[in-house]
Design a protein around this ligand. Structure first.
Ligand code: PEP
Length: 253
């Protein structure tokens, strides 16, 4: 039985005051989300503060990215796996579409980051998903299949996936208010599970596959009700404690 996970991706949002209010709001509703694993992924500069605010709660901490090089060194602007661990992170989002499409992260770099994160003991939340033009051209499986292949074929990639969570995030649904239908999402989730099963059946059965892309309180239950959807990666709606908690409640088993 896969335990549902709902993770909030705060992206580049927040102030010292607003992250405190948001965490306090989420903490207040945690009693209603039994059986659901909940995580929040603030910007790096707020990790220490949020880690303190989460003390003695069941909410896990995650980061939004990490450096592909595991040792400390001359990598200006980067943050290492060891630093994330020192600040209490359990999760790290890898290969978000904004990293891929705005910062040019390619499949090979995403795979490298996934391996580094997993080897350090972090749980990578690896994002895959197609652009609108790729979906419209009928290339969704080809694109997601290519992104998965890079992960599976990287040295240490299969072992890393055994620690990982996958997030299927159709790029056309992220931050647009346009959500994949539960059937559209389920089709791709099933495809991902089948493709992983060609390499490792146990992995395919066990791995959690989250859906991300304009998940809101009003559509979460239908999405999470699909057989291969094990929770969500939530952007905009994770910045409102009430909306985020409503989405977490919709993921209850
Ligand atoms: C995301 O950033 O991963 C995301 C899914 O954003 P939104 O929920 O705002 O579409």
């Amino acid at each position: 039985m896969r335990r549902p996970l709902v993770a909030g991706n705060w992206k580049m949002h927040g102030t010292k005051a607003s992250v405190r209010a948001l965490v306090e709001g989420i903490r207040q509703g945690m009693g209603e989300v039994a059986g659901v694993e909940v995580a929040v992924c603030p910007p790096f500069v707020y990790l220490e503060r949020v880690s303190t605010l989460l003390a003695d709660s069941d909410i896990a901490l995650g980061a939004q990215n990490l450096c592909q090089v595991p040792q400390a060194g001359a990598y200006t602007g980067e943050i290492s796996d060891a630093m994330l661990l020192e600040f209490g992170c359990r999760y790290v989002i890898i290969g978000h579409s904004e990293r891929r499409n705005v910062y040019g992260e390619d499949d090979a770099l995403v795979a490298q980051k996934c391996v580094v994160a997993a080897r350090a003991g972090l749980t990578p939340i690896v994002c895959v998903g197609e652009l609108l033009e790729e979906r419209e051209a009928g290339h969704t499986e080809q694109v997601v299949g290519r992104q998965l292949a890079a992960l599976l074929e990287a040295e240490g990639g299969l072992e890393a996936l055994r620690r990982a969570v996958i997030a299927y995030e159709p790029v056309w649904a992220i931050g647009t208010g346009r959500t994949a239908t539960p059937q559209q999402a389920q089709e791709v989730h099933a495809f991902i599970r089948t493709r992983l099963g060609e390499h490792d059946e146990q992995l395919a059965r066990d791995i959690r596959i989250l859906y991300g892309g304009s998940v809101k309180p009003g559509n979460a239950a239908d999405l999470f009700g699909m057989a291969d959807i094990d929770g969500g990666l939530i952007g905009g709606a994770s910045l409102d404690a009430g909306d985020f908690l409503a989405i977490c409640r919709a993921a209850r088993p």
